[in-house]
Design a protein around this ligand. Structure first.
Ligand SMILES: [Mg+2]
Length: 421
C-alpha cells in the first residue's frame, strides 16, 4: 500500500498557522512579484477566484469581500513543508517528497494495520504538530492514493484520511472521477480522450490495452494499469541530482544601470551555488540571461544571453559569482531597461566522480574550498544572506512583495511574541 499526504491549500494554510483569525475567511497567496493567485482558501475559491488569475483582475472582488491577500513567503512555506515531512516520516519506513506540499509513503511490510484509521491518524498528527490540514489517501497504487487523498478534501466526514482498496469501491469512485484530474494524464491526452468520448477514469480503464498503448504510449499505459490496482510507478526516495540549475526572477521595476543589474545577477548566482552544493555537484559551464519587458511594446526589446566556461568544474561561491558578474558585463547594453534576468549553471558532474586537472593550482583550489565551506556553515547558522560578497550589494532581490507576512519560523526578529498575563 502507498499513502499520499497532500497539504490542503498549502500556502494559505501556512499563512493561517500564525493568523488563526483568517480561518473561515477568504485568503489568497500571490506568485512572485504579486503576479497571480497560486493558492486559494476554499472561501476564495467560492468567490470565483481561479488558480493563476492575475491579481489586477480580481483586485475588485478581493477588496469588496475583504479577501486577505499575501505575497508568497517561501521561507515560511519551505520550513512548514519540512515540519510536515518530519511528522510523516514517523509513520512509514520511507518517504518520497513529491512537491513542496505532497509526499508519498511506502507502507509495504505494514500489512495487518487498520489503514483507514492509520490515514486519519497521520492527518490528525500533522494537524496537531504543525497546524497544517493534510489529506491522506491510502491505496494499492500511487495513482489511486492520489485519488483517495482528493476524496478527503471533497468529503469532510472522512476526517482527512481515506483508505481505498476494495475493487467495488474503487470502481464507484472512478465512475465519477474526471479523467483530466487523474495524475499522469496530460493536457494533450485530455484532448485526444475528449474526441473519443472518454470522460471519467472509469471510461479510461475500459479502453482496450492496445488502444491505450498506441495512443498514450508507456506513461499512459502505466496510468491505465495503476488505476486498475497494479503498481507500475516506482517509489523514489532517492532524488536524481539535477542536470542544470536555473535561478531567475522578474524585477519589481526595470533596471537600466549595470551595477544594479550585476548585483541582482550575483544574487541569482549565489542562489544557484547553494542549490548546486546541496546536491553535491560541480558545474563546468554557466550562462546569464537578461530580457526587457515584452509587454512594453514601445520600448526597445532584447533577450540577451552570455556564456562563461568555468576553468575547472567547481561549486565555489566565489568562482561562480565572479563568472556570473563577468557574463553580465558582457551582455549588458545601456539602451535597454531590463525586466528579468537569470543564471543557469549547466554541465553538472557529481563532485565525488570528478578528477581535477593535473595542472590546476591545487593549493588555490583547496583554499577556495575552505572558504566555500566556511560560507556554508555561516549560512547554515545565521541564514542564507548572513554573509555576502561585495558583488551582491545588500543581497536583496528587487521583487514586488507588498503583502508579505513575517518569516515566523526562520528569522529571529520575526518570531511571534506570546504575552502571558
Ligand atoms: Mg496540496
Amino acid at each position: 500500500m502507498y499513502a499520499l499526504a497532500d497539504c490542503n491549500n498549502f500556502f494559505v494554510s501556512c499563512e493561517r498557522v500564525f493568523r488563526p483569525e483568517l480561518n473561515g475567511r477568504p485568503v489568497v497567496v500571490l506568485s512572485n512579484n504579486d503576479g497571480c493567485a497560486v493558492s486559494r482558501s476554499n472561501e476564495a475559491k467560492a468567490l470565483g477566484i481561479r488558480m493563476g488569475d492575475p491579481f489586477f483582475k480580481f483586485r475588485d472582488i478581493a477588496e469588496r469581500n475583504q479577501v486577505a491577500v499575501f505575497s508568497s513567503n517561501f521561507a515560511l512555506y519551505g520550513d512548514m513543508s519540512r515540519r510536515v515531512q518530519e511528522v510523516l516520516r514517523g509513520f512509514a519506513p520511507s518517504l518520497e517528497q513529491y512537491s513542496i506540499d505532497e509526499a508519498f509513503l511506502d507502507l509495504s511490510g505494514m500489512e495487518g494495520v487498520d489503514f483507514d484509521a492509520y490515514a486519519k491518524e497521520i492527518s490528525a498528527a500533522c494537524r496537531r504538530l504543525t497546524t497544517i490540514p493534510v489529506s491522506v489517501g491510502i491505496a494499492p497504487t500511487k495513482t489511486l492514493a492520489k485519488i483517495a487523498s482528493k476524496l478527503c478534501k471533497q468529503y469532510p466526514r472522512l476526517q482527512g484520511g481515506c483508505y481505498m482498496h476494495r475493487p467495488e469501491d474503487i470502481g464507484k469512485v472512478l465512475r465519477k472521477y474526471p479523467v483530466e484530474d487523474v495524475w499522469g494524464i496530460g493536457r494533450r491526452s485530455v484532448k485526444k480522450l475528449e474526441t473519443m468520448g472518454v470522460k471519467t477514469a472509469w471510461d479510461y480503464i475500459r479502453l482496450p490495452e492496445t488502444t491505450v498503448r498506441k495512443l498514450f504510449m508507456l506513461p499512459g499505459f502505466r496510468t491505465w494499469k495503476e488505476l486498475q490496482g497494479t503498481p507500475c510507478i516506482g517509489f523514489e526516495d532517492y532524488i536524481e541530482p539535477k542536470q542544470s540549475i536555473c535561478v531567475s526572477r522578474s524585477f519589481a521595476h526595470e533596471i537600466t544601470q549595470l551595477p544594479e543589474l550585476s548585483q541582482q545577477v550575483a544574487n541569482f548566482a549565489e542562489g544557484a551555488v547553494a542549490k548546486l552544493r546541496k546536491q553535491g555537484s560541480l558545474a563546468l559551464e554557466m550562462a546569464v540571461f537578461a530580457m526587457t519587458n515584452r509587454f512594453k511594446e514601445s520600448a526597445p526589446q532584447t533577450t540577451a544571453c552570455a556564456y562563461a566556461a568555468l576553468p575547472e568544474a567547481t561549486a565555489d561561491h566565489k568562482a561562480i559569482i565572479l563568472a556570473a558578474v563577468e557574463a553580465c558585463r558582457k551582455l549588458y547594453r545601456p539602451a535597454f531597461a531590463y525586466k528579468k534576468a537569470g543564471v543557469v549553471i549547466t554541465r553538472l558532474v557529481q563532485a565525488d566522480h570528478y578528477t581535477p586537472s593535473l595542472f590546476a593550482d591545487q593549493e588555490a583550489a583547496q583554499r577556495d574550498q575552505r572558504l566555500s565551506r566556511a560560507i556554508d556553515s555561516i549560512h547554515a547558522s545565521f541564514g542564507p544572506g548572513a554573509l555576502l560578497f561585495g558583488a551582491q550589494g545588500d543581497g536583496t532581490i528587487h521583487m514586488a512583495r507588498n503583502h508579505q507576512s513575517p518569516h515566523y519560523t526562520t528569522l529571529w526578529q520575526d518570531l511571534p511574541k506570546v504575552k502571558v498575563q
